[in-house]
Write a protein that binds this ligand. Structure first.
Ligand code: ACO
Ligand code: ZN
Length: 169
């Protein structure tokens, strides 16, 4: 019997499913091409083994075109002053340039949100470069609000916006 791969969402011919170990080299390649923030190979495998439910990929046929990797954390809420919360941290999300503008980025974020809710997260947050207007607009469309600003957050000196959204309920 052939095992069915678990598709979490379909967007036209694109499918969103959980990342597997064999996908990591392609995920790293997409990250290298699309973002200035890179991580060690170990970091990707580590996130996948610790948070397999919320590391997702978007695929067209058998070609990976995007990914989202997240961590579940417990700590101070980004949304409620001095409250503690279980938070879904969107560590990195990217879609290959030629596949952008088709809803894949939004699809990855929404699919990751529902997986993070299943892991009991009540809010999600992320950091984004102040100049990354396209990503900021996307996050705002799905409900994220700017909750903070981190000066010189990135290695090149650029600052980050912290953005957060309530999820579930
Ligand atoms: N190319 C890019 N954007 C387009 C295009 C196009 N050809 N055509 C339209 N758009 C616009 C649309 O306005 C669309 O909004 P809509 O939903 O109102 O139509 C919006 O761009 C993009 O929305 P999606 O299609 O859902 O998202 P996409 O698949 O393009 O991915 C992403 C968005 C992930 C931000 C992508 O641009 C990307 O990979 N950028 C480089 C990496 C990056 O900056 N990642 C985020 C860093 S922050 C972090 O990781 C926490
Ligand atoms: Zn982060």
């Amino acid at each position: 019997m052939r095992l069915q791969k678990a598709v979490l969402a379909k967007l036209g011919d694109y499918e969103i499913r959980r990342c597997e170990r064999k996908d990591i080299p392609s995920v790293i390649e997409i990250n290298m091409k699309t973002l200035p923030e890179h991580y060690s190979d170990y970091f990707y495998y580590e996130i996948l083994s610790e948070y397999p439910e919320t590391f997702l990929v978007a695929e067209l046929g058998d070609i990976l075109v995007g990914y989202i990797m997240c961590r579940i954390e417990y700590g101070f809420s980004q949304l409620k002053r001095l409250a503690l919360a279980r938070k879904g941290h969107v560590v990195s999300v990217a879609v290959e340039a030629e596949h952008r503008g088709k809803g894949i980025g939004t699809g990855l974020i929404l699919a990751a949100h529902s997986e993070m809710v299943k892991k009991s997260a009540t809010e999600c947050y992320l950091e984004v470069r102040i100049s990354n207007t396209q990503a900021i607009a996307l996050y705002q469309r799905v409900g994220y609000k700017i909750t903070g600003r981190l000066e010189a957050y990135y290695r090149d000196g650029e600052g980050a916006l912290v953005m957060a959204v309530q999820v579930g309920k």
